[in-house]
Design a protein around this ligand. Structure first.
Ligand SMILES: [Zn+2]
Ligand SMILES: [Zn+2]
Ligand SMILES: [Zn+2]
Length: 256
């Protein structure tokens, strides 16, 4: 079936512009140099799935006119990927029933802890997000689409990206283990972390991700989790033509 992928946010944890920064990218008038925190939306038939709920989720959801979600998948429990969870509330009130959230251990425990007022069941005044937190321990089917966790290393932590149909989304990694490579064959679209040029202990760089694209050979690749070190237009000019920096609001079609 046909699916649409929307980049809700393409920026690193602090966002671009970064608070208090006067650098050229943070001051840039190019709208593609404005990056909210990293997340994507996948829509197919009448279904909608979000990967991660960032501190910018509310603005992203309003910008893209999100009216309905079937599920949320979490890559890991760093603040830039989970802090928008509470802003799921209006979407969960409409739905009737509980919106399923999926996370692996230990992200699941961290989310439960951070949002204990939602999950402890003691708050008696209502108004809480109507969500249920599920352990992600294998592929999950949502409305006929199979979401497959793809293990990656984010520094010392094993977290996950996701593959659905011919698209894969790998944000926040410093290394893709060999055992995950076979999950990435025959991709139309591959999203990869590319924080900046300079090495970072928990993130991939532009150079490292270009090398991964050459190895994995997707039809097209997009870089995300981008810091203010990378001006959009200038960086794109130096990338291979089938590799582009993602930007907020980018929309792609693919097959599930
Ligand atoms: Zn992150
Ligand atoms: Zn800056
Ligand atoms: Zn992270």
């Amino acid at each position: 079936m046909k699916a649409k992928l929307t980049v809700l946010g393409s920026g690193t944890s602090m966002g671009v512009p970064t608070i208090g920064c006067g650098c050229a990218v943070c001051q840039s008038p190019d709208p593609q140099d404005r990056r909210t925190r990293p997340s994507i939306l996948i829509q197919y038939e009448n279904h909608g799935v979000v990967i991660d709920t960032t501190p910018d989720f509310r603005e992203q959801a309003i910008r893209e006119g999100i009216r309905h979600l079937d599920a949320v998948f979490y890559t890991h429990a760093h603040a830039d990927h989970i802090l928008g969870l509470d802003d799921l509330r209006p979407l969960t009130f409409q739905a009737g029933g509980r919106l399923p959230l999926y996370a692996q251990e230990p992200a699941l425990r961290r989310i439960e802890h951070m949002f204990s007022y939602i999950f402890a069941g003691e708050y008696k005044y209502g108004g809480l997000a109507q969500v249920e937190l599920n352990l992600l321990d294998g592929p999950v089917e949502i409305g006929g689409a199979r979401f497959l966790p793809v293990p990656v290393l984010h520094g010392d932590s094993e977290i996950c990206g996701f593959r659905v149909g011919s698209a894969a989304y790998l944000t926040d990694f410093s290394e893709i283990p060999e055992s995950s490579m076979s999950l990435l064959d025959n991709l139309d679209i591959l999203f990869l972390d590319a924080l900046r040029h300079k090495p970072h202990p928990t993130h991939s760089t532009v150079e490292n991700s270009v090398a991964l694209v050459e190895r994995i050979r997707p039809r097209r690749a997009f870089f995300t989790h981008i810091s203010h070190d990378l001006p959009h237009a200038e960086t794109n000019a130096h990338l291979p033509s089938h590799v582009r920096l993602a930007y907020d609001g980018l929309k792609l079609e693919f097959e599930i």
